[in-house]
Design a protein around this ligand. Sequence first.
Ligand SMILES: *[C@@H]1O[C@H](CO)[C@@H](O)[C@H](O)[C@H]1NC(C)=O
Ligand SMILES: *[C@@H]1O[C@H](CO)[C@@H](O)[C@H](O)[C@H]1NC(C)=O
Ligand SMILES: *[C@@H]1O[C@H](CO)[C@@H](O)[C@H](O)[C@H]1NC(C)=O
Ligand SMILES: *[C@@H]1O[C@H](CO)[C@@H](O)[C@H](O)[C@H]1NC(C)=O
Ligand SMILES: *[C@@H]1O[C@H](CO)[C@@H](O)[C@H](O)[C@H]1NC(C)=O
Ligand SMILES: *[C@@H]1O[C@H](CO)[C@@H](O)[C@H](O)[C@H]1NC(C)=O
Ligand SMILES: *[C@@H]1O[C@H](CO)[C@@H](O)[C@H](O)[C@H]1NC(C)=O
Ligand SMILES: *[C@@H]1O[C@H](CO)[C@@H](O)[C@H](O)[C@H]1NC(C)=O
Length: 356
Amino acid sequence: MKSYFIETILLVIIVSPSVAIVTPPRPPPRLYVMGDSLVDVGNNNYLQDPAPKANFPFNGIDYPGNVSTGRFCNGYLGSDYIAMYMGYSQSPPPYLSITDESQTMKGINFASAGSGILNSTGEGTLSLATQVMYFQEAARNLSRRVGNLSAEKSLSQSIFYISTGSNDIFAYFFASQNETTNNQFIATLVNNFTLHLTKLYNSGARKVVILSTAKIGCIAFIRSLLFPSLCGDCSEELNNLSIQFKNETRAHLQRLRLRLPGFKYTFIDTYEMDSQLRSNAQQYGFTEMTNACCGTGRFNGEGPCTPNSNLCSNRRSYYSWDQYHSSEAVNKIVIKMAYFGSKNISPMNVEQLVNA
Ligand SMILES: *[C@@H]1O[C@H](CO)[C@@H](O)[C@H](O)[C@H]1NC(C)=O
Ligand SMILES: *[C@@H]1O[C@H](CO)[C@@H](O)[C@H](O)[C@H]1NC(C)=O
Ligand SMILES: *[C@@H]1O[C@H](CO)[C@@H](O)[C@H](O)[C@H]1NC(C)=O
Ligand SMILES: *[C@@H]1O[C@H](CO)[C@@H](O)[C@H](O)[C@H]1NC(C)=O
Ligand SMILES: *[C@@H]1O[C@H](CO)[C@@H](O)[C@H](O)[C@H]1NC(C)=O
Ligand SMILES: *[C@@H]1O[C@H](CO)[C@@H](O)[C@H](O)[C@H]1NC(C)=O
Ligand SMILES: *[C@@H]1O[C@H](CO)[C@@H](O)[C@H](O)[C@H]1NC(C)=O
Ligand SMILES: *[C@@H]1O[C@H](CO)[C@@H](O)[C@H](O)[C@H]1NC(C)=O
């Protein structure tokens, strides 16, 4: 939106310096969000156990109005910042909260905490396959409302923001792992991911933002485990799996672009961003890198954030909100880099993708 305004202003000045032409702002493209708890804005509130939930304090303590929306965070998630940078005041609504199609004008959030790329990950959650299926239904509805051509045009300009994979890697990690199966597992994961992306493309998606998995071996939950190999440290095995998944995903996206006409994407290397934030923590305002702000047990990483948990007072200086999730402060920094920056994003930043 920002550069659109600059172009408009320049055009007005050059073409007609003495006439003030007020161009109404172009409405932002729709935003469709898919993935796990890093982007779930409340879908799991509508699901039965064992789907994980966060619609109780102290989650949301820094969200406007101190509301526990279902976000696994003290405040905004990355997808909230994406929506705001795109020009919306709020994220699109959770799919399961929608009662009227007029609520889908900004887009829809299909994400479900605990879910993964594989159907077997996250019992009781909306798997990525299910999320894609719900989107396909939404695309058919849009087509019915505005006509097929108009729906295709709108969808081709929409942003699909996808953050997933961490829960698949955790599930695999705790089940079994060795070097041979690591490669097979990552191949299965990336191939299934590619199939989902191809389905989205076939239903009209053209602009996709993919987040890599972060430095998941360093979260408070993993540090809290009494593995002899850890002793409060990061799990190198998990971090390696995350790097492997990231490398393979990036390579597959490059191939998809060659195979699917009109397919555009932004790949956000959150693993590398996470690494750089961690090694320059003070510079970004973080003084607590190990303990989570809200939780119980070792590093506040053994138990989830509930009304009975320990809660830190200086939340802005904590890197981790709870046993699994980064704090709002981290989300904000990462998305600012992804939206406007030039490092650890390829082949373009999100702002360029929106305007492409
Ligand atoms: C937010 O709400 C929680 C739970 O209702 C309460 O304990 C806390 O003091 C509130 N925090 C702020 C900053 O208002
Ligand atoms: C995953 O689930 C979806 C819908 O529930 C189904 O269509 C698909 O075949 C499943 N995929 C695999 C690999 O089992
Ligand atoms: C699509 O339309 C059907 C029938 O009107 C409705 O039940 C469903 O909720 C709609 N789904 C979406 C995502 O708009
Ligand atoms: C438009 O129609 C074509 C051909 O029937 C179909 O493949 C496509 O999925 C439709 N697009 C939408 C957005 O429904
Ligand atoms: C790794 O797993 C594979 C498949 O289960 C098995 O054949 C192989 O022996 C294992 N390798 C090691 C080093 O444990
Ligand atoms: C997708 O994952 C399932 C296991 O959940 C696997 O059996 C299947 O082969 C995978 N598909 C591809 C294309 O890798
Ligand atoms: C992680 O990867 C690095 C570099 O490839 C390797 O040296 C190290 O042994 C791996 N660590 C584990 C625990 O797999
Ligand atoms: C991932 O890619 C980087 C850069 O392309 C490379 O240096 C690294 O060895 C790769 N790591 C793995 C585990 O594939």
